[in-house]
Design a protein around this ligand. Structure first.
Ligand SMILES: NC(=O)c1ccc[n+]([C@@H]2O[C@H](COP(=O)([O-])OP(=O)(O)OC[C@H]3O[C@@H](n4cnc5c(N)ncnc54)[C@H](OP(=O)(O)O)[C@@H]3O)[C@@H](O)[C@H]2O)c1
Length: 303
């Protein structure tokens, strides 16, 4: 190269992937590559006590103006452990000196799945004045579906086999809604059988089944017979499905007069959203992508 010629080249984008599982998720790595991350540093078996050094490796190696080309993704299968890691990540950054990078949490796909499901439902209704029932509402996915629906103005009935568990989750969601006018939007209920569902679904336009893989709640035909429901979404893709009669591939498919989505019907958009989120991490160094921010991004994507 001529000695006076200055080569201007963008630094490569680096995604530091922190995963509490023994082996870092292949799923998350594939999506990161497809999202355009140039280099992945994927760490498995990560403990909160190890996070500070890993984060300092990110923030002290590039000048603040280049830090948007480094980002951190926290994944894995255990959402609670991932949240503890994310807390440490933010504790280790020094934003007052510009020493921070963008972050995203999507352990077990909880945020992208919930955001994708709510985005799909939004194709059919405005949530203000609407009521929704979330079955399996205490799980990482269901609780985020409830949060997102409530943020959009819906009233949400959050179902659990245990009232005390539902109470706890509803309280946490209310805290997260504290900057909205809908803080009391999530109503916790105990649901242990189909009669409980029939009673609690009265007045609901939307039912989201977010129970554990293989947990069956009821059927499309039973819900259709109750009247008033417009949209059913079953995120459980492992037979038996949560709502019998929905096929996993259903994507706005009409069944018994209701618009139905299955796990794979939502899953395609979920992966598109996950890719868009990872790509957006490299647009600036201060993004924090969790459920609400991921849903805002979902609103900007076509189907
Ligand atoms: N489509 C996609 O792309 C995608 C991505 C991620 C996850 N998923 C699916 O989304 C669903 C929710 O995920 P998650 O991680 O939140 O699930 P999870 O934590 O395994 O379970 C969610 C809730 O289901 C309830 N539950 C557990 N066993 C049950 C049973 N035998 N009968 C009735 N309810 C039961 C529990 O609530 P209570 O104890 O309070 O009743 C639990 O909190 C799962 O089916 C998962 O496979 C789909």
């Amino acid at each position: 190269m001529h000695k006076n010629r200055v080569m201007i080249m963008d630094k490569r984008t680096i995604l530091l992937m922190l995963d509490p599982d023994e082996q870092a998720s292949v799923f998350d790595r594939v999506v990161a590559v497809d999202a355009g991350a140039d280099v992945l540093f994927a760490h498995g078996g990560v403990k909160p006590s190890q996070v500070q050094g890993l984060v300092h490796g990110c923030i002290f190696t590039r000048s603040p103006k280049d830090l948007q080309r480094t980002a951190i993704f926290v994944g894995g299968s255990n959402v609670g452990q991932a949240e503890a890691i994310l807390d440490e990540v933010h504790r280790a950054m020094i934003p007052q000196y510009g020493l921070q990078v963008s972050t995203m949490l999507d352990a077990n796909g909880c945020n992208t799945t919930a955001a994708a499901a709510v985005r799909k439902a939004s194709d059919h209704m405005n949530f203000g004045e609407k009521k929704a029932l979330v079955l399996g509402g205490t799980g990482p996915v269901g609780s985020r579906v409830a949060l997102l629906l409530a943020r959009e103005g819906a009233k949400v009935i959050l179902g659990s086999r245990s009232k005390s568990k539902a109470d706890l989750v509803a309280k946490t969601i209310a805290q997260r809604l504290s900057n909205t006018s809908n803080t009391q939007a999530v109503v916790p209920v105990e649901i242990t059988n189909e009669d409980d569902i029939a009673r609690n679904v009265q007045g609901c336009s939307l039912v989201v089944s977010a129970g554990a893989a293989g947990a069956k709640f009821t059927s499309v035909s039973r819900l259709a017979s109750l009247g008033g429901i417009q949209v059913l979404i079953d995120l459980n893709g492992v037979p038996p499905l949560g709502l019998e009669g929905i096929e996993p591939t259903d994507c706005a498919r009409e069944r018994s007069g209701l618009i139905c989505y299955g796990a794979l019907g939502v899953g395609g958009f979920k992966i598109k959203l996950h890719r868009a989120c990872v790509a957006s991490l490299f647009e600036k160094n201060s993004r924090r992508l969790e459920a609400a921010e991921i849903f805002e991004l979902a609103k900007t994507l076509g189907r």
